[in-house]
Write a protein of this length. Structure first.
Length: 301
């Protein structure tokens, strides 16, 4: 899906960004001279997952860059699981930053986009001014919790299912992506996704190679964990030397709230805001409140 079906008065621009030997489709808004905010979506999302945030950020004076990440929608979908390793995904972000001509940007991520945002900031803190995370813990806290919490391990069952070749793609895609639609609705509230949203997701998922590219993110991170060793209890969690705002929908069916505060404590200052009436899709369920918190944090000194 591109911006043609959206209200052109919103000032959205469509672009392609060459980065890390691939090409990413992106939607851009806001004044050229504004501080850059990069919004990273997760699974099974694409740029439209930030539809409620793009215009408010742009109207506040930010230059907003919202890519379809590799494997998704209109962006390139390189073949092979190794192409979706976190280091490659962070490399994509670095290329996006370089394309803006800025030395530092604000980085915002939800779901898998938050995992990439964490990883990029840990690896390249000098390039990130402020970090905003929605409903995903610090990666080391996630690893520790998976190893020590049966409840979180049970919530994360789908990660293991996604390791099976071709079967997840087939089950999600059959009957016009009925499985994908069901997963979306199950993970949100009755009002989280409109009929127009569902139609847009079906269009994005139907792009050639998209479903395998999307699921390969899970396969790559699982292989990465096996290489590094699953038991990280004895490892010291890595610090994040960047001010960080963590926003968390309390009714997340996949990720436990107990991981949020320990994640924030690894950061160089920041704030945790919990939304009691929001699902995993907090930026949709509580859009106005999320925008208010995000703008206050990004505009603060």
């Amino acid at each position: 899906m591109n911006v043609d079906s959206l209200d052109q008065a919103a000032g959205l621009e469509e672009s392609y960004i060459e980065t890390n030997s691939i090409r990413l489709h992106a939607v851009i808004a806001g004044p050229q001279e504004g501080d850059v905010v990069i919004l990273l979506h997760g699974f099974p999302d694409f740029w439209r997952g930030w539809i409620n945030q793009i215009v408010p950020l742009a109207h506040a004076g930010f230059r907003v860059v919202v890519p379809d990440q590799r494997g998704y929608n209109l962006s390139d979908k390189p073949k092979g699981v190794r192409e979706y390793d976190l280091d490659a995904l962070a490399g994509d972000v670095l290329g996006i930053i370089q394309s803006t001509g800025r030395s530092k940007v604000h980085l915002v991520g939800h779901d898998w986009g938050a995992a990439v945002a964490w990883h990029t900031t840990i690896q390249y803190p000098e390039m990130i001014d402020k970090l905003v995370i929605l409903n995903v813990p610090h990666p080391d806290i996630m690893q520790q919790t998976l190893m020590g919490s049966f409840g979180q391990l049970r919530k994360s069952w789908y990660i293991f299912y996604f390791q099976i070749p071709w079967l997840p793609e087939t089950s999600i895609s059959r009957s016009n992506f009925a499985g994908g639609v069901s997963a979306l609705r199950h993970s949100g509230k009755p009002t989280t996704f409109s009929k127009a949203d569902i139609a847009a997701y079906r269009e994005a998922w139907s792009q050639p190679g998209a479903m395998t590219g999307m699921i390969n993110w899970y396969r790559a991170v699982f292989r990465r964990s096996l290489r590094s060793g699953l038991n990280t209890k004895r490892l010291q969690p890595r610090p994040v030397p960047v001010p960080t705002l963590v926003l968390w929908g309390k009714d997340d069916i996949a990720l436990s709230l107990e991981m949020a505060q320990p994640s924030l404590e690894l950061c160089a200052g920041g704030k945790l805001v919990v939304f009691d009436d929001a699902s995993h899709w907090v930026q949709r369920d509580c859009a106005a409140q999320v925008n208010q918190e995000m703008l206050a944090f990004l505009q603060g000194g």
